[in-house]
Design a protein around this ligand. Structure first.
Ligand code: PLP
Length: 430
């Protein structure tokens, strides 16, 4: 029996007095699903525990980093060790080289890597580097892809005009937006058209190889190959934003899964094992332009922080190729079970999955881009979300997010989730 949300409600009321909207990142406020956010006190394995004493099976996993689940003993032990040795030196440690080497060994396109503190910093810095390397200003991004909140990435397509970006937030200057072109994911013809018009001025194409910020959208066969070929032809750098997919979908990341070599790659989430980390990397020739090796400035007081590096190393050490096979099995079981439960309830839904990124769209259309994702019935999703919450399953509070399966999820967790989904789908259908 769910014990209600009384203490969470009190804490949220208090938080709203001191923190804008009561949260430190907007999606946490539950605006997309109604109701109020749940406040948590503890996580262990696949479970999280709220301030009212409720237990949930967690599919948010801190938005992706916790691929081993909460408080994995290897991560906790590494953190304890470093807490006692020093939390930050602002000077080099061997840990930074170790984590960099682990990334480089697993990702063939990456020969050098720079650690930063978030995914946002990684994409922002990769763009600066791409602009410096090519001597060009324009960039291309894709509608529905999210790359953090740097000015030049908070842009959507302008109506009609291919080339004029529009800021998605007040405070982003229009002249910055004018350098960002927005294309449609999985639509190579549109990208070819953009390059025919502007190709010689485009420094970089930045893409989530598997978008996970409009729900989960797999790239269609040949699409990423086409993007690679086109960018190479025009001397434009291809940046894979693997902040979400990096070490999530495959031992060699999405680029290994699809066998594509980008010029630069952005990381975050999993490589920090639950601590604040991002990174960007690529070929030596490009990365050597970053200061102090080269002239492109980028820095950070806490970059390469020993606690964050230790958590990242401990996490990657657990992520053997065999671990990804286990994740794949569990994720397939979840996705297939959810799809079956929806069908039995008489709902026609679309289930997308790549590795341990799973998404149930409340639409019967195939979801291949932002437009098709937008046909989802978000009110039906909101009801489904609330019913799952009451049954002890914590999903991301928005239709347009992935559910992340972790190594800590047991088959029993997954079967309980499917049973809860079966009941919740029936309520949505009523
Ligand atoms: N890129 C992608 C693909 C992401 O999913 C995110 C965050 O969800 C970011 C970049 C931004 O990362 P951060 O929130 O660490 O700044």
């Amino acid at each position: 029996m769910h014990k209600g949300f009384n203490r969470s409600l009190e804490l949220f009321a208090e938080a709203q007095q001191y923190i804008p909207g009561g949260v430190n990142s907007p999606v946490r406020a539950f605006k997309a699903v109604g109701g109020q956010p749940v406040f948590f006190v503890r996580g262990q394995g696949s479970k999280i525990y709220d301030v009212d004493g409720n237990e949930y099976i967690d599919y948010v996993g801190s938005w992706g980093p916790l691929i081993l689940g909460h408080c994995h003993p290897a991560v906790t032990e590494a953190l304890h060790k470093w807490v006692d040795l020093g939390t930050s030196f602002g000077a080099p440690t061997e840990l930074e080289t170790r984590l960099a080497r682990m990334v480089i060994e697993r990702v063939p396109s990456v020969e050098m890597v720079r650690m930063v503190n978030s995914g946002t910093e990684a994409t922002m810095s990769a763009l600066r580097l791409a602009r410096a390397y090519t001597g060009r200003n324009k960039i291309v991004k894709f509608e529905g892809c999210y790359h953090g909140h740097a000015d030049s990435l908070l842009i959507k397509a302008g109506s009609g005009a291919l080339t004029l970006g529009v800021p998605t937030s007040p405070g982003v200057p229009v002249n910055i937006a004018s350098n960002t072109i927005t294309a449609r994911f999985n639509d190579l013809a549109m990208l070819e058209e953009i390059f025919a018009l502007e190709g010689k001025d485009i420094a970089a194409v930045i893409i989530e190889p598997v978008p996970g910020n409009m729900g989960v959208v797999p790239p269609q066969p040949g699409y990423l190959e086409g993007v690679r070929e086109l960018t190479r032809r025009y001397g434009t750098l291809l940046i894979f934003d693997e902040v979400m997919t990096g070490f999530r979908v495959d031992y060699h990341c999405a680029q290994g899964l699809f066998n594509i070599e980008p010029d630069l790659t952005c990381f975050g989430k999993v490589i920090g094992g639950g601590l604040p980390v991002g990174a960007y990397g690529g070929k030596k020739e490009i990365m050597s332009m970053v200061a102090p090796a080269g002239p492109v400035y980028q820095a950070g007081t806490l970059s390469g922080n020993p606690l964050a590096m230790a958590a990242g190393i401990a996490t990657l050490e657990q992520l053997t190729p065999v671990a990804y096979e286990e994740l794949e099995r569990k994720s397939a079981r979840l996705a297939e079970g959810m799809a079956r439960a929806a069908k039995e309830a008489g709902l026609e839904l679309t289930q997308n999955r790549v590795g341990s990124m799973v998404c149930t769209f409340f639409t019967s259309q195939p979801v291949v881009d932002f437009q098709s994702a937008s046909t989802s019935d978000t009110q039906a999703f909101a009801l489904f979300f609330q019913e799952m919450l009451k049954r002890g399953v914590y999903l991301a509070p928005s239709q347009f997010e992935a559910a992340f399966v972790s190594l800590a999820h047991t088959e029993e967790d997954i079967d309980r989730t499917i049973a809860a989904a079966a009941e919740s789908f029936r309520i949505v259908k009523e």
